[in-house]
Write a protein that binds this ligand. Sequence first.
Ligand code: ADP
Ligand code: MG
Length: 729
Amino acid sequence: MDNLRFRALELAMTRKQHIVDYPDQKASEYFGELTFNKAAMREYLTEEAFQQVMNSIEKGEKIDRKIADQVAAGIKAWAISKGATHYTHWFLPLTGATAEKHDAFIDPVEGGKGIEKFRGSELTQQEPDASSFPSGGIRSTFEARGYTAWDPTSPAFIMDRTLCIPTVFVSYTGESLDFKTPLLKAIYSIDKAATDVCQYFDKDITKVFSTLGWEQEYFLVDSALYLARPDLVLTGRTLFGHSSAKDQQLEDHYFGTIPQRVLTFMQEFEYEAHRLGIPVKTRHNEVAPNQFECAPVFEEVNLSIDHNQLMMHLLDKIAKRHDFTVLIHEKPFGGVNGSGKHNNWSLATNTRENLLSPGKTTKSNLRFLAILVNILKAVHEHADMLRAIIASPGNDHRLGANEAPPAIISVFIGASLTQMLDAIEKADSHVFINTDADSGLLKDMPKIPEILLDNTDRNRTSPFAFTGNKFEFRAVGSAQTCAPPMIVLNLIVADQLRKFKVEVDGLIAKGTAKDQALFQVIKRYVKESKKIRFEGNNYSEDWVKEAAKRGLSNFKTTPEALKAYVVKKSVDLFERNNVLTKRELEARHDINLENYTKKIQIESRVLGDLAGNHIIPVAIRYQNTLIENVKGLKQVLDLKTYGKLSQNQMETITDISEHVDKIKTYVNLMIEARKEANAINETEEKAFAYCGQVLPFFEKIRYHVDKLELLVDDELWPLPKYRELLFTR
Ligand code: ADP
Ligand code: MG
């Protein structure tokens, strides 16, 4: 019998190490060598061109045509010197992946020769035939064309001998068709709003950057085993699989020694990442077997997001060289932990300060407090939007499954800060003396302990936790791009800081002293946002009840959560900050719903096919063997012994029939439900039908398939088992 599973296992068990030939260089010598970074710009650009690019990066100034030609010539010379033959605009369409269309530098000239060409216009703008990217109907209503335009704030890089130029992607009429456009707008918005508030405290602060450090979790499986599982190949997760006798219960994988073949892969991956200027720093084993994590040093948010996208691509590419396949899905295996992508976020200033670092002086503490409390207030006001932005079919399996934060958004700030906010809530503002001098600012202001940074308690169950000098948004899924959460987080905080300034200025205009005014508004915000704070165990049932009592939302599924995209509150928020229009939000809502429907539809089809073509035939084949055996026993044994000894087989024969029958029944019902859902035209209603009518059959079918896995002869079972997927390395 030609069992694919055994062929795959044999391959997996006889893998040879992939040997990598590293250059004899220090990491600092090759770090960023494939990016058109500042050093490369200095070398390849004229002084004038260099200055204009810098102004464009730092001040958002436009680069004129003549200079664009010079920059293009410089980039071309640099790229060719690194062996590049092609160039592409690289962008983040709403599929959540990256997109690129390569063009060769080479252009034919007279005499059958060719020269490398790259004009300024090719650097700054392109019109990819991108009509197949999701646009949520934006382009069909207006105009089919989409444009990509150079984003000079993220350096060009070389991948596979191709010069990649990070770009935004917009429609002919200017609507954004990507994640980068609204992100850049949100970054602009937080810069303005936070700088204005910082001006209360420090006139030297003229620019605020949002910073992001992501932590990427993923699984590795041997490529042959992966290919023998159609569910993994087509859906990114296993739809069946009885849990392995041993999986993560001994917790022996977390931070354990990295297996050799994995380490060899990680080393090559990190080498390539470093050449691309991605500052990956940390690697370790995660909780589940064959689960790992990679984290970089934080960077400015736009760059950090591009680096995460690149990194996901790189992981996949390098893993294949080591005969591994990377599973980036939020829940590739039932019963063991899924994967997240924690987004560590903070705000940094041009004066090189972290606005979320509690300061040493009373004055910087007041600034810290102002920022902190505005963040609390922002999350309190827009928790539903934060929930919506992390909604995906994959993340639905993870949120609230006792391994990741629940679908209820709350904020953890730790005991010291809680004490502080409690004190502020009770404090009387008349104890405050109006003076700008540090010492006399606030007499009774509770002090933030200086060692806060080191002693902040960690709450690993909170979806949004303060961790000493940054917030960690932990609910983001491993397969998601960081852009949407970063758009929303920066946007809601910017919006809130702007409101704060209006309120404080209002009080000042009425004659209230500045510090008094600041304090009064802060104090009110502490009270108003109190219900979003939760310090306990977010995984507990009690919290679900308590949150309901507090009136916090708990959207368990993606279609429910996505509603927040299009409610008036969100539309107003996005529009007044000029980040997305109502039309663009509706388009994104549609795309997300359609994506949900399609993913569940694909999973449902794969599940039906696997159950029907892989599982049931094998179960019946094994059952036939048992029937033959029983028949044989009857011939060779006397009736009494036969009656006694055939019991077990008879039982198994009946069990198999029962499971097969249940599987068939449920698969048929699921197909019926799918047909009904497919007949629905309205996008949202359809997504709800898939969620409520189709999806519930998955677990029911799986239960019986997993039972059969335990009954059927191991030699016949066609799909690599969990113990093989999770422990071969
Ligand atoms: P863990 O959460 O696993 O304990 P760490 O605390 O070491 O991990 O940091 C996790 C991530 O936080 C890293 O990617 C790091 O770069 C990032 N980080 C640290 N400081 C900041 C900051 N000011 N802004 C954004 N990210 C930061
Ligand atoms: Mg973390």
